[in-house]
Design a protein around this ligand. Sequence first.
Ligand SMILES: [Zn+2]
Length: 534
Amino acid sequence: MTRPIGIPRALLPLLPLLPLLPQAAGGQAPPPRPTLVVFITVDQLRGDYLDRFGAQFTGGLARLKTGGAVFANASLDYAITETAPGHATGMSGRFPRSTGIFSNSLGVYDPQAPLIGGGGPPASPFRFRGGTLIDWMRSRNPLSRALSVSRKDRGAILPLGRAQQQAYWYASDGRFTTSTYYADTLPAWVRQFNARRLAHQYAGRSWTLLLPASAYPEPDSVAIENRGQGIAFPHAAPADSALAARVLPNYPWMDQLTLDFALDGLQQLNLGQGPAVDLLAISLSTTDAVGHAFGPDSRELHDQILRLDRMLGGFFDRLFQLRDSAGVLVALTADHGVTPFPEVYSARTGRPAGEVDLSGAAATVRARVLARGVDSSAWMWEDGVLWMDRGAFGRAGVSADFAVREFITAARETPGVLRVDQVRTLTPRDTVRDWVVRRWHHMIPPDLPVEAVVTLKEHYVWGPASYAMHGSPHDDDARVPIVLYGAPFRPGLYRDDARVVDIAPTLAAVLGIVPTERVDGRVLRAALRSGGTN
Ligand SMILES: [Zn+2]
């Protein structure tokens, strides 16, 4: 981007703060034709962070907040707020009930799709059902292409659904790679990027505070953080370069490396330069690593968000040097939020919080049904979900209803449990006013043998946990920002009750394409310049 005429040099550093408005200032000319969609997922960006830290933003988050349509109060609106379901939602416009991506453990793990060169578990989107935005784009024009990058396999894979486009993620040896679902070998540009060994160059560097310590109201040394190890700044990376590359995901630099890789891919693949509209999906994972280890109330999390803002600032500056901003659409959201450490929350607010562990109650009932001859795989309890194979109970002549009732009674008596719901009763109940029922209803594919689900009280987490957790239907985990930025969008702060499933249909609308399947989301018309009033 050339330096605008007539703007004093002293003001140039402030330019990223100004909204990047379309050229059609007169309101007559149609918006420029989109050339590139950039979809950014910040792993664990909670709904309140843009406000909480916003006064200190000067980079990419400032640009988006000032120049974008900001839905500060958006929601995932489903129950198991984990990374895999989150990344399956934004570009599909559909809830986990429909995408089939129910949890991280039922995410992308696929023994039939090993990584090229190893360095992580085998992975593919084989569990994903239906299509995503790139499929709809390619239905319109098969020349549309997509590149998706992340530190995490699920963060790179799921925004593309099953599309065999280009998806790369970070391997533990410091390379970006993909799995055999996508390719048999890495393309030259990825091998060349890896050969630079950028990850290894962080060996021995220290993560220090970006701003003076007085800019951070949070205490630095909190005993529960990071399992009690290395709880204060500075945080030094290992001196050994292989070890530094392995633990890089715990440092802000991982996000920088991911953004650098994304921009390299954009250039090497000529994305956004026609003939069709292309998609660049980026998932940034360090906020999740820092949030888990140090919690949402930590100085480390605060600094990570400020660094994320600066890194995104550099990313957009470079992107808009490479591509005309008038044709670029940006959508930013998160896959989930996070719940504070119960101890920290209780100490700060005086309100109750804690851990709940129902594994003992589940094991007791399981042992009893196994003793009566029911197959051991017929009963499984994991993270608030009771799986049951009713057929196996029938074959053994044991009452499944009796076993379930026994477990539910024990669960309901446990402190910290809000409610227990049998899945078959969810649908007939009120999904409009009863948000817990609605979020579970949006969660569970009808063909999964989920028998019952347990919802904890707000600020309670499944234990034993040594990290700050997410995964609940409560707003700490389920509320995330949505920002839409680019020529078709009307900048402003929107209080509408937007949901992450609304992103894909809204992008489709401004691209002039129609989803090729039923979606759960709706077009966020209030945010569209040409959309009229909703
Ligand atoms: Zn997480």
